[in-house]
Design a protein. Structure first.
Length: 377
């Protein structure tokens, strides 16, 4: 998922001032459950799934940014750089960062590059959407740990060690060996700690995750996952992984993905169930959201299904697919999507008995606290 896959083209949107709203809308805005809150999507995107161009490749339309603002989103960890394919991992990753920097410069009225926790607060105060630069595969490192300095200096703030297969750092969730962290992986984790870059263990195998959490001097994260105690699939994390990450001060984001239900057809109630389980295992100070999806929803699901089948076939051929991915399983939760997804989640958590303070933590305060620990205030 490089920048070519998420082409942020012709972004333009204007947010109407609250004071200009008519009476009924002003009252609705005042009752907004997200008002004054920071909402951080620990893994997501800004794309228009209705305008994908070539196959599954999303293109961002003016609608996307308008809906991102309307959703209440403060900041999102976007996937840049190499994930899989024939491109040179290092070159593709540098190219993506440069293209996204250009986008932020061109759209500075709406977007801001996130480098510190203070930038997340600034995005909220200025009504902008913060972009957190993140990787989902460490292949671009080659065997040169010094490349971590290059990417940190370019603004990468989240470094996911593996995707689903194994790489030179460790084993992904679909690697059969479950071999854990390699010596190079341990060296890389130490360098990322020195550089104050988040180490993300999403997609990792269990042993890789446990060893990395113990090896890291700084807290680590699992930015988008589910709970394997509820659904036994490799992309979901065991209680041992969740607990260790929390005990070491880290962060766990629950995704809005098919892996949350054994049928592959996850619903909003499944998201709440996995959040609730994670809170019970990790404690309420270590759980948030990492939807692994866009804010803009798909308008025509039937049309989308044909493109999805092609995408799944391509992922399987490339060896990067996860158990539980099928052409009939949407990579999102059908009844928890679109620009109202975070407000609906709030309502569901309230119905579950969650209080305002706990909900605020899950929406973004926990990620912000974690960011302050790793990046600095």
């Amino acid at each position: 998922m490089t920048i070519e896959r998420r082409e942020f083209l012709t972004l333009a949107a204007a947010t109407a001032a609250t004071a200009a709203l008519p009476g009924p809308l002003l009252a609705a805005a005042a009752a907004d459950p997200l008002k004054g809150r920071i909402v951080v999507n620990a893994l997501g995107g800004l794309g228009d799934p209705n305008d994908r161009g070539d196959g599954m490749v999303p293109r961002v339309s003016p609608r996307v940014l308008t809906e991102a603002h309307a959703s209440g989103l403060t900041a999102v960890n976007i996937t840049l750089g190499y994930v899989s394919g024939p491109a040179d991992p290092f070159e593709a990753s540098v190219r993506d960062i440069a293209a996204t920097d250009r986008l932020v410069r061109e759209q500075d009225r709406d977007l801001v590059k996130i480098l510190t926790a203070a930038d997340i607060r600034r995005a909220r105060a200025e009504g902008k959407v913060g972009l957190i630069y993140g990787f989902q595969n460490g292949a671009m490192m080659g065997k040169d740990v010094g490349r971590a300095d290059i990417f940190a200096n370019l603004g990468v703030r989240i470094f996911q060690l593996t995707y689903n297969p194994a790489n030179q750092i460790g084993d992904g969730s679909m690697a059969p060996g479950n071999r854990g962290i390699t010596p190079f992986g341990r060296e890389l984790i130490a360098r990322l700690n020195d550089l104050r870059v988040m180490v993300d263990l999403s997609h990792s195998g269990e042993r890789t995750c446990l060893e990395a959490a113990r090896a890291s001097r700084a807290p680590i994260s699992i930015n988008h996952t589910g709970c394997r105690a509820l659904v036994d699939l490799p992309r979901n994390k065991t209680d041992a992984e969740l607990r260790l990450v929390a005990e070491r001060g880290g962060f766990v984001g629950i995704y809005f993905m098919p892996f949350l239900n054994v049928t592959g057809h996850a619903r909003a109630e499944d998201v709440v169930a996995h959040i609730d389980h994670a809170v019970n295992v990790c404690g309420e100070d270590h759980v948030g959201i990492g939807t692994d999806g866009d804010v803009t929803q798909i308008d025509d699901l039937k049309r989308y299904e044909a493109a999805l089948a092609k995408e799944i076939a391509g992922r399987r051929a490339a060896g990067i697919s996860a158990a539980g991915e099928r052409p009939d399983t949407y990579p999102f939760v059908v009844d928890l999507r679109g620009p109202d997804q975070f407000r609906k989640l709030v309502r569901l958590l309230q119905a579950k008995g969650y209080g305002s303070a706990r909900i605020e933590k899950i929406l973004g305060a926990n990620f912000l606290r974690y960011a302050e620990t790793v990046w600095g205030a």
